[in-house]
Write a protein that binds this ligand. Structure first.
Ligand code: ATP
Length: 304
């Protein structure tokens, strides 16, 4: 049985259609990322799955429950980590984790949980003395307190410094290895690429792409870039014929091609026949970021 089933989900806010006939499934143990620009419909979709909003059309099922009517039995199976949960500042980390865990019949051991999120040495620290990154770890610990089968993670690393982000990613990977299904919303392409088994891209309430990160890159039909510096002894007009489009910026040649192997072969054969080098020769396949920008119609730095 799929962990999450979303079929033709639709939700309106007055005249605004926030989610428009969106369908996807998430398998047990999968890390699934919802990506999309501001206003794409991610939060609305997740809030419906969490049972905090009702759909106007379509059907959702999470762990076999209808989230709107699943009640306590449903809540005991899921964990929710919001972007900024409020804490009681005077309590200690250990107290909050123990209180939260006590609410659930099936629960993680509080000490193990503190250890898991990297707060073992902060157990006796009051919340008011925690850094921003440590608070997010506490958010995560509280979301995991009931040993959930499914964790909703809303932009888990927004505002993190690079070290804290990598720490959070390691933690999410550990959770995946423990078999927790994770639905992640994020604005960070790198985060989705690093963590997600599959990615759904939303735009203006529509699902515009769904697949493994590597599939999305191919799906968009984006070209590979071949880059090198034009050798001093050669002119652009001397370059061999290639299938891709050639641009020259100063003396940097960029070829955007769907036949990277054949074009590279033509270029290197040409260079070797003339006994010259192609300095800085680099092949750059399209990235998930390129795919995302192409799917969401957002302006890219590079027009590839
Ligand atoms: P962000 O990345 O900015 O959080 P999002 O992808 O989560 O965006 P939603 O918050 O689901 O997008 O919003 C989808 C659309 O619905 C937007 O046009 C938004 O303005 C609108 N919307 C969301 N919540 C409400 C609300 N409570 N009342 C009216 N319109 C809303």
């Amino acid at each position: 049985m799929a962990a999450i089933v979303v079929e033709e989900l639709t939700r309106d806010y007055g005249p605004i259609r926030a989610v428009d006939h969106v369908s996807f499934t998430v398998e047990p143990g999968e890390v699934f990322a919802l990506l999309g620009p501001n206003g794409a419909g991610k939060t609305t979709t997740v809030e419906i799955l969490e049972g905090y909003r009702s759909p106007d059309g379509g059907r959702v099922s999470v762990l076999g429950f209808d989230p709107a009517t699943g009640g306590r039995a449903y809540r005991e199976r899921i964990g929710i980590v919001l972007q900024s949960a409020g804490f009681e500042e005077e309590f200690t980390v250990g107290e909050l984790i123990r209180m939260q865990a006590a609410l659930y019949p099936r629960r993680h051991d509080p000490d193990e949980l503190a250890e898991l999120v990297g707060l073992a040495d902060r157990s006796r620290t009051r919340v008011k003395a925690l850094s921003g990154g440590q608070r997010r770890r506490l958010d995560l610990a509280l979301g995991l307190a009931g040993a959930p089968d499914l964790l909703f993670l809303d932009e888990p690393t927004t505002g993190f410094d690079p070290a804290a982000r990598h720490h959070a990613w390691d933690l999410i990977e550990r959770l995946r290895r423990l078999g927790t299904t994770i639905l992640l919303t994020t604005h960070y392409i790198e985060e989705a690429q690093r963590l997600a088994d599959r990615v759904a891209v939303l735009r203006d309430g529509h699902l515009v792409a769904l697949g493994r990160p590597s599939e999305l890159e191919a799906l968009c039909g984006l070209p590979t870039r071949i880059t090198f510096s034009l050798p001093p002894t050669a002119a652009a007009a001397d370059l061999p014929g290639v299938s891709g489009s050639v641009t020259l910026d100063d003396r940097t040649v960029v070829i955007r091609t769907h036949q990277a192997l054949a074009d590279t072969h033509a270029l290197t054969g040409w260079a070797r026949a003339r006994g010259i080098d192609l300095p800085g020769l680099t092949l750059t396949p399209p990235t998930l970021e390129d795919a995302y920008l192409s799917l969401t119609g957002e302006p890219a730095d590079d027009d590839s």
